[in-house]
Write a protein that binds this ligand. Sequence first.
Ligand SMILES: [Zn+2]
Length: 358
Amino acid sequence: MKFENKSLEFLKKYLNTASPTGYEHNGQKIWMDYLKPYVDKIEVDHYGTCYGIINPEAEFKVVIEAHADEISWYVNYITDDGLIYVIRNGGSDQMIAPSKVVHLHGEKGVVKGVFGWPAIHTRGINSDEPVPKLDNIFIDCGASTKKEIEELGIFVGTMITYPDEFFELNNKYFVSRALDNRVGGFMIAEVARLLKKNKKQLPFGLYITNSVQEEVGLYGANMIADTIKPNIAIVTDVTHDTSTPMIEKKKEGDLKCGDGPVIYFAPSVHHNIRQLIVETAKTNKIPFQRAAASRATGTDTDAFAHSNGGVPSALISLPLRYMHTTVEMVSQKDVASVIQLIYETLLKIEPTMNLKYH
Ligand SMILES: [Zn+2]
């Protein structure tokens, strides 16, 4: 799969920039710089959600949305001998923490640390050896006292991220931490670029929206849905590839990287928008997969659908392996297909389209 160099450079820079939940600004700045030439206007709300607008004067408003934040940790407790205990900021996984390098975003800049773990020799190998838990994982910054930690600019509330960066695997996959959901921001920005490049005129206002704070409860989308008050929202996020070991397909569904975008069936997903997406995929021969979600999708789709008295919303997901680890993987082919599917769907939306079920 070939992406334009400029697009790939943006994706790489965007992924390699730490953008933890609540502190998304550095990533958002890169995203806005890339998007700017393709939109008429850019706005930022008070908590950092950004959106570029095409046709800002139009009355009918369509949102395409992704989330900008990545999971991380907070410094929660510093021991007298200078070790750090953490709490989650989003669904950070304690199982992968031991022996990871971390970046602590302190008041004097980034400080390195490591998640320590007792050696195999000292903990023994038996059935009751410790497993990583939130109350036994700890960070060592090489300091011997709490005072020394504070002198490094690290205090309770300091944000902690992983430094792992983007690379390509076997020319088929993108690998990085935070592909969830920085790749979504990439895909919606690419849709805006294609609209501009192909000189497409849309009969509505398009709001390309990169929301903050998804990982802790869809908060950014909740806020921005009320601000924009869209008529339609199409959300993109990642979902689990279930073809790797130890995942139960009966429970998680049958989804695979490389088999195409995932179209979701859920109460918050509006039938007419979903049907338009399915038909668009078929007409344009874009491969797609189906997934079902009971109650909630767990994505920003729910936030848009449940706002403003009900906003017709749909969800196009990108299959991803190893979610919330530092080696998240997505198929390059699927990334291109999601971009194409959102783009072609937008070209079919008319402000007069029927948004009632009957
Ligand atoms: Zn996530």
